[in-house]
Design a protein around this ligand. Structure first.
Ligand SMILES: Cc1cc2nc3c(=O)[nH]c(=O)nc-3n(C[C@H](O)[C@H](O)[C@H](O)COP(=O)(O)OP(=O)(O)OC[C@H]3O[C@@H](n4cnc5c(N)ncnc54)[C@H](O)[C@@H]3O)c2cc1C
Length: 498
């Protein structure tokens, strides 16, 4: 008898939702997490009385998280205290203009009409169109296994309305913005959102243009920090007998005759199992933990062909004043040409960001308990290369942190530099070291058209029996709700095949 029915590698959102559901449904489940923290990119850590998020800073389009908690016999809202973020964001355009976008459609139309009356009206059409597409995707597109053409056709048969949105599948994020909006400034208010999938506006697939709309369906922050979501999944799982071990790194997945047998931990101990759900980067899984000798030559070629997704730089600041910001999220944005240029001429060449666009996350606006009385916690997310040309992040990080504080003070948060009490930076190299994300890739694999839907690694491995994937490396890719939803897909596949 194997020691466990299922071993889950990694306690990110995908791994925990899978493990919790399988435990609830009677399986003997062990979740192994190499870090001392759970949640992976959706986690929170403490420094000198301030709580900072590791990665994700809000959730939106939460249907798939709600479905997972329902499967666990409870509700998302019962398990996690969600604070509504309104305004949904504020942005600082390149020329210094500030635009604040509220939750309400009328307020958004009004805010955009102040820049361009026509584009304000166009926003309604954009919202109708992308909102219609979002509604269609909720019928299964983002919550089904897409392990081949058969699955793909099944999803389209279940929601034929998706066919009305073909142009979103064949155009880029920026094409869609251009189609609806003529004012460069209005386009600028929505250009940064393409980075939510890790790509500049010209490379992000058009389907993600819904991100310019989804915030109007609601944006939430969990009280207690982003880690409150994985904590809730873990405690639901544990109530049903799921075992969770932190500080336990899986070194190898044992495979015999193309079937999973167990795992080997850092200390050399072996644990046997019938099935493995992997919540880690798919390239690391197949090439390092399993070994290419177990893969069919085509699968070997396929897995090697994926590129890592973009990485990020996270600046965490504890301050002793109330920052003069208008919203939980302030986007320091730029025209999309500048973002595209940044991708090709700085990111791809390993050059440090300059005059960066980025996202200022004011967590204590939504939950003041994350900082000492009268103080605030701010996270700033910037896009940065993992490998720097002619230098490395360990050498550059302190200077970069100082430069960033100066830049943020000048650009978006007046007075900031006089009030910083705690400052810490998480570089792409730190994401790699802390979470074992190769290349610091925050979404596992790149999310361009060549790695979408059936072209992304399958949630049920074709090469290795008993192996399932959850998390950012499989369909539908990075994001807290999508990865948590992918955990349910993996659990269903385990139930079906094991
Ligand atoms: C800076 C940043 C900002 C983001 N902003 C948002 C946002 O606002 N909203 C949103 O929805 N999404 C956001 N995301 C994306 C989102 O956080 C991730 O896509 C999602 O949390 C990934 O979940 P996952 O299930 O793939 O697991 P991951 O979070 O990747 O976790 C994988 C876990 O596996 C563990 N692990 C790795 N290797 C091993 C091993 N060998 N043995 C054992 N354990 C192992 C890791 O330690 C980690 O805990 C952001 C991400 C980042 C980094």
């Amino acid at each position: 008898m194997p020691d466990y029915d299922v071993i889950v590698i990694g306690a990110g959102g995908g791994g925990l939702s899978s493990g919790a559901i399988l435990a609830k449904e009677g399986r003997k489940v062990l979740v192994l997490e190499q870090s001392d923290l759970i949640g992976g990119c959706c986690s929170t850590f403490e420094r000198e009385g301030y709580e900072f998020d590791v990665g994700a800073s809000i959730v939106e389009v939460i249907g798939s998280i709600e479905n997972v908690f329902e499967r666990l016999g409870t509700t998302f809202q019962k398990e996690v205290d969600l604070v509504t973020c309104d305004p949904v964001y504020s942005c600082v355009l390149r020329d210094g203009t500030k635009v604040t976008v509220p939750h309400s459609m009328e307020g958004t139309v009004e805010a955009l009409s102040r820049i361009s009356e026509q584009d304000g009206k166009n926003y309604r059409n954009f919202a109708d169109y992308t909102g219609g597409f979002l509604a269609e995707t909720q019928k299964g597109f983002f919550s089904s296994a897409l392990n081949g053409l058969g699955d793909f056709l099944r999803v389209f048969r279940a929601s034929p309305g998706l066919l009305n949105y073909q142009d979103l599948f064949t155009s880029s994020y920026q094409d869609v913005l251009r189609k609806y909006f003529k004012s460069a400034q209005v386009q600028e208010t929505m250009s940064f959102q393409s980075w939510y999938v890790g790509l500049p506006p010209e490379l992000a697939p058009g389907v993600f243009s819904i991100l310019g709309y989804t915030e109007h369906e609601g944006v939430w922050y969990p009280r207690g920090g982003m880690v409150a979501i994985p904590q809730a999944l873990a405690s639901c799982g544990e109530r049903h007998g799921m075992e969770l071990r932190t500080g336990s790194r899986v070194r190898k997945v044992l495979v015999r005759d193309r079937r999973v047998q167990g795992v080997v931990l850092d200390d050399g101990s072996e644990i046997t199992t019938r099935a493995v759900v992997s919540n880690i980067n798919a390239k690391t899984l197949y090439l390092d933990l399993i070994g290419e000798e177990h893969l069919h030559p085509l699968a070997r070629y396929g897995i090697k062909s994926y590129s890592p997704s973009v990485s990020a730089i996270m600046v965490c600041l504890g301050v002793d004043y109330e920052p003069p910001l208008d919203a939980h999220h302030t986007i320091i944005t730029a025209p999309y040409e500048e973002m595209n240029d940044y991708w090709w001429n700085r990111l791809q060449k390993g050059l440090l960001p300059k005059e960066q666009f980025g996202l200022v996350c004011w967590a204590t606006k939504s939950d003041p308990s994350l900082a000492p009385e009268g103080c605030h916690a701010i996270n700033v997310i910037l896009m940065g290369p993992h490998a720097l040309s002619g230098t490395d992040w360990d050498r550059e990080k302190e200077r970069f942190l100082e430069d960033s504080i100066e830049y943020l003070t000048r650009k978006a948060v007046p007075g900031l530099s006089d009030h910083v009490k705690v400052a810490e930076i998480i570089t792409p190299l730190d994401y790699e070291r802390r979470l074992l994300h190769p290349g610091g890739a925050i979404y596992g694999l790149q999310q361009d058209l060549s790695a979408q839907t059936v072209l992304r690694p399958r949630s049920k491995s074709k090469s290795i029996a008993g192996l399932y994937l959850a998390g950012a490396s499989t369909h539908p890719g990075g994001g807290v709700p999508t990865t948590i939803g992918s955990g349910m897909v993996a659990a269903d596949l385990v139930n079906k095949y094991e």
